[in-house]
Design a protein around this ligand. Structure first.
Ligand code: CTP
Length: 397
């Protein structure tokens, strides 16, 4: 979807400017052309040479650069793009945009453009919370500027809170959404992800090694195609992607409740590694050592969320996709699992420790359908997600 799109990327002067390099790489991987503009302050954090080398294009820095003016005027520069992206958008840049100042190349381009502008703010949490910044954001939102982030978390300045630049992949999703109505526009897709935690007592639980990386990547890829995504996640290692409705749960029972409470879905993907059992005799108080010898845990089976949805009499999504985490006889087990659970497709993967898949960044899957299977080469979990989302879009649209 980003192929041959022209992105004018304005890099402001913030500690997160280095992430703009990764953003350029990710955009180019997807076939976009990136024309970089570096503010004076941005140049204090990343070098023009590295930006220009990654973008594979000339970098623009000065309003009064006569060579650039002879080749391409600043008005043309601001209009030739399909979208203007400001990342990181500092408090200063946002203030200039809100006030309509045009005293350097970046602010002049932003004032002269007739294209949509997407800003990814990044600043210290107090600067973000300041009434002046909040006023500017309200003004820019009213002016039609789009925003992605900021995220919340530890900041380079040692404080905690909102102000972190959105992750490059989340910015890519926002760019995709800003540029086009994707093939999944108006479609609602439900995704489950991550492990579940089943309590033993108030302080202990049973869990599994799922990181939530594959489910998160799938939700992000679906959102990038324009889907409305409900993302029900257990306690994962990775944060939910932006642009989805995230519902955080702990246990399998809570995950089932959240899935059943979600709006009617056109498709559902069950990527969660749901615990098969919960502790039936979980204590309300912390189990103490000594006294009555070693504790004995009694297990009870958890509800099968995928099977429940796949076998629904009413309101079953048109396409129900499960995952099969296997360690032996992968294809035979997964094929049987697809039939047993009643889902349309099952994504089989070998989670034996030697594959490094569980908790790793790559996946090696076979997609099993009613009328055949596809063996995909080993690739990143992001690539698996993109391919699965594209295949789902073919069926639904
Ligand atoms: N699943 C689910 N609810 C459960 C167990 C599994 O929704 N209680 C879903 C998973 O999200 C996945 C699929 O079912 O999409 C298969 O999960 P997997 O762990 O491979 O299979 P199990 O059902 O646990 O079967 P087994 O333990 O026999 O391999």
């Amino acid at each position: 979807m980003l192929a041959d799109k022209r992105i004018l990327l304005i890099i402001g002067g913030g500690i997160a400017a280095f992430k703009a390099l990764d953003l350029i790489r990710r955009l180019r991987e997807r076939g976009a052309n990136v024309t970089p503009v570096l503010t004076k302050a941005g140049g204090e954090f990343v070098t023009p040479l590295s930006v220009s080398a990654l973008a594979g294009e000339k970098i623009y820095q000065d309003l009064f650069d006569l060579t650039a003016e002879a080749e391409m005027g600043h008005i043309e520069l601001s209009r030739a793009a399909d979208l203007i992206v400001v990342a990181p958008a500092t408090a200063d840049l946002l203030a200039k945009m809100a006030a309509g100042l045009a005293n350097d190349l970046a602010s002049t381009l932003l004032l002269a453009t007739d294209k949509r502008v997407l800003a990814a703010p990044s600043m210290n949490v107090r600067m973000w919370d300041h009434p002046a910044t909040q006023r500017n954001l309200a003004q820019l939102t009213a002016d039609g500027v789009l925003f992605v982030g900021p995220g919340e978390g530890d900041m380079a300045c040692g404080e905690y809170g909102p102000g972190r630049l959105a992750e490059p992949l989340d910015i890519v999703v926002a760019i995709d959404a800003a540029l086009a109505d994707g093939p999944l526009k108006d479609k609602h897709v439900l995704v489950t992800s991550g492990p579940t935690h089943e309590p033993i007592d108030p302080v202990r639980y049973i869990a599994n090694r799922s990181s939530g990386a594959q489910g998160t990547a799938i939700a992000r890829a679906l959102a990038a195609l324009g889907a409305d995504v409900t993302f029900v996640t257990g306690p994962a290692d990775v944060p939910p992607p932006m642009g989805v409705s995230a519902v955080k749960v702990q246990t399998a029972a809570q995950m089932l409740d959240a899935v059943m409470a979600a709006p009617q879905a056109d498709a559902a993907i069950f990527a969660a590694a749901v615990a098969d059992w919960h502790v039936a005799n979980a204590g309300d108080n912390k189990i103490k050592k000594g006294g009555n010898g070693l504790p004995t845990l009694a297990f009870a089976e958890n509800p099968d969320i995928l099977a429940t949805v796949a076998q629904m009499e009413a309101g079953r999504p048109d396409l129900v996709i499960g995952f099969a985490a296997e360690t032996d006889d992968v294809i035979a087990n997964a094929t049987a699992k697809r039939k047993r659970k009643g889902c349309d497709w099952i994504v089989a993967n070998d989670v034996s420790p030697s594959t490094g898949i569980m908790g790793g960044s790559e996946n090696d899957v076979t997609l099993i359908m009613e009328d055949g299977s596809e063996d995909w080469p080993r690739m990143s979990k992001d690539a698996v997600a993109a391919r699965l989302a594209a295949k789902l879009a073919e069926v639904l649209s």
